[in-house]
Design a protein around this ligand. Structure first.
Ligand code: C2O
Ligand code: CU
Length: 502
């Protein structure tokens, strides 16, 4: 492990002031764009066998000028949205036809509960160029159908996740709701997945390369693609962009009727968080996380989403006929919560005429059951921190950088564990856990806020904060990951492996 550690010391992560780099936070009002291209909803796949070809493609991101060369799933960015009912087993086959420099990839279905062999492990399940791999997603948890959820698939290759996601390589996966008594959520064209993610572009509409200074992988050595060419300049530790894309398009607009819409919000940015509001002060009714409905709908004036966080929300456009309403991100003015979110105009809703609206939305929702009772004893504490050594510094969990061969915790299949997350560094992290969906037990010693009372897989963890969560380990043994979902932190060591064992 000492050797691995020296390796991470080369990176000098943990730059102070990473959250004040251009475009992230800072409270400078960005100029409002003109929103002159329509929102595009990615193509939908509904079959039990989905085949996704990873390949370079030219995709429309900007309203005019050349298209952008990206690494895509099946030629689009985002890739096709997979929509399946809970319990409908799904096979997703990915084929790697990416250009040479891309190397091997690994695809992870974020939020889903599946076997370790189907988890898209960062080093041991690589899909090399010319090869394919089939992932098996039963969409069940402990014999029951997975609740209606909003997952996403994305690249998870060790050390290259930020780069591979920046280049494209992601798409959405919706587990549709079963029929629910007394509840009818907006559907069809009124159920809109919105993948929000930022990039920077050259004058010719091509992606900039924030990774140019990063270490280069030794390619073509077959199984050993994880060796490095040696000493190199510290790579980027905060991948931010100046242009916000929604479903791959910069500043799009969506024509809506003056009715209720269900918006599935995903922040798939590598690093930035957004504090989302509507420009006319219209409330956002949050009905779920990315992992199922909340027990009660929560009226919110803004929704803070860090990397990988999702929110299932209802916006009622009634009474707004003729108005243009902007979805924007506004850093919180006071206090710490959300003050690191970036300022941005995200997209525009152009509200048309009223239309009939069959949706029915009680305040109590049929949310998935939470694990109960919760053990009193904390089985594992994960401390997210910065190690400063004489060679430089490294993002760590429990003082160590990621080593895929080291098992940092063993959880017993069938048992419920209570875990604690602590942040001893001086920047916010977003903690993500694979394998299970969790109940948030305590946030800073208190009951979590109402929007954190459903199932969850990604938590905001501010400096000094302590969050406790609980889950039952079911169905699968093997290796799973816990990591910060700010992709630069993840790539620079802030990841651990835990094993579920018999
Ligand atoms: Cu969204 Cu470990 O991943
Ligand atoms: Cu982090």
């Amino acid at each position: 492990a000492a050797g691995d550690f020296a390796f991470y010391c080369k990176f000098h992560p943990g730059m102070r002031g990473v959250l004040t780099v251009a475009g992230a936070g800072g409270g400078v009002e960005p100029e409002r764009p003109t929103f002159d291209q329509p929102l595009v909803v990615p193509p939908t796949e509904r079959g039990a066998d989905v085949r996704l070809e990873m390949r370079r493609a030219l995709v429309r991101t900007m309203p005019d000028g050349p298209r952008t060369s990206m690494w895509t799933f099946d030629g689009t960015y985002p890739g096709p949205t997979i929509r399946r009912r809970g319990g409908q087993g799904t096979h997703v086959t990915v084929v790697n036809h990416l250009p040479k420099g891309a190397g091997a990839t690994s695809t992870h279905l974020h939020g889903d509960h599946h076997a370790a062999k189907d988890d898209g492990q960062p080093t041991t399940q690589l899909v090399h160029r010319g090869q394919s791999r089939t992932y098996d997603y039963p969409l069940t948890v402990d014999g029951k159908a997975t609740p209606g959820s909003f997952f996403w698939y994305h690249d998870h290759r060790m050390d290259r996740t930020a780069r591979n996601n920046w280049r494209g390589l992601q798409g959405m996966f919706i587990v549709t709701d079963p029929p629910m008594k007394g509840v009818r959520l907006p559907s069809g064209a009124r159920d809109v997945p919105l993948m929000i993610s930022e990039r920077s572009f050259t004058a010719g509409n091509q992606l900039t390369n924030p990774f140019a200074d990063g270490p280069e992988m030794v390619h073509g050595s077959g199984h050993d693609e994880m060796s490095w060419t040696g000493d190199l300049a510290p790579p980027n530790d905060a991948t931010v962009g100046d242009t916000v894309l929604v479903n791959g398009r910069a500043a799009p607009y969506l024509d809506v009727s003056a009715t209720r819409y269900r918006l599935r919000l995903l922040n798939s940015s590598p690093f930035s968080s957004y504090n989302l509001t509507l420009s006319d002060g219209r409330p956002i009714l949050q009905i779920g996380t990315g992992s199922g409905l909340l027990p009660r709908a929560v009226v919110r004036s803004s929704v803070l989403l860090g990397p990988a966080q999702r929110a299932d929300v209802i916006v009622d456009f009634s009474g707004a006929t003729g108005k243009d309403i902007v979805l924007e991100s506004v850093p919180a003015a006071i206090g710490s919560t959300g003050d690191d979110a970036r300022a941005a105009s995200v997209m525009e809703f152009r509200v048309g005429e009223r239309a009939s609206d069959p949706s029915r939305l009680p305040s109590r929702l049929p949310s998935p059951a939470l694990v109960s009772p919760v053990p009193k004893k904390v089985a594992k504490t994960w401390t997210f921190g910065l190690h400063q050594g004489h060679h430089g510094s490294a993002w760590t969990i429990n003082g160590e950088s990621f080593d895929p061969t080291r098992v940092d915790h063993r959880a017993k299949l069938g048992t419920v564990e209570r875990w604690r997350f602590r942040n001893t560094s001086d920047v916010t992290h977003y903690v993500h856990v694979h394998a299970e969906q969790w109940r948030t037990v305590l946030r800073d010693g208190k009951a979590p806020p109402p929007w954190e009372q459903g199932l969850e897989d990604t938590w905001r963890l501010e400096p000094g904060e302590v969050v406790e969560v609980a889950a039952r380990f079911t169905d699968y043994t093997g290796a799973f990951m816990i990591h910060c979902h700010m992709l630069d932190h993840e790539d620079h060591g802030m990841m651990s492996r835990f094993d579920v064992v018999r």
